[in-house]
Design a binder for this molecule. Sequence first.
Ligand code: SF4
Ligand code: SF4
Length: 218
Amino acid sequence: MKLDVQGTFYDIPFKEITLLNALVYIRENIDPTLQFKYNCKSGVCGSCSVRVNNQETLSCEYKVQDGDKIEPLLHQTKVQNRLKKVQSWLHVKSLKLMGEANEQKIQRQSDCILCSSCFSACPVFHVKPDFLGPYALTRAWRYMADVREKDKQGFIERIQEEGIWDCTLCGECTLACPVGIDSKADILHLRTKSMQAGKFDPTPQPEFEDDFGFNPNF
Ligand code: SF4
Ligand code: SF4
């Protein structure tokens, strides 16, 4: 079968093979200059994430098809420092014990493997390169919702600018996540908590009238 790897076509003599193994084969047998990242080879570390036919996927899990188009993730130069910006860790710890029920509430968000697929899929980066992005906001929600964290307000302050209000709620990040994290839902949780703390979307809302001349902004 033939694979299009960033505009170069390679023939590989296999039918059932993961993309990662195909890339390793190409590098060892056809093109030693081919560069790509991987580590665990079992869908855990997230380092082998790429785009296949414009869809983010882990190359160690994806079985290649003839004619597949392989590209690197998008927006990766902007990923750095996002977690630091939202300070995704516990700040002021209370003495509360986590408990199984509370642990389960943030289990899914804790499963993030930092593969950056959601970041690559998010359309906002095309127009707002400083957007905090889905996985940083998911991690913010993970720590804000942690019962041991007392400084919830700190998280609310850090996610306002270039943050929750810039998300279009398109859901592309949720579709791209290989471990089933719903960043869109996490952003909605963060918006609700922000509104409860008196914060609102600073973007001016457009004037709108329905067919009967009713303007819901008034
Ligand atoms: S839901 Fe928001 S964060 Fe997720 S991809 Fe869409 S715009 Fe980006
Ligand atoms: S939220 Fe999902 S897609 Fe985004 S970095 Fe974490 S594991 Fe990857």
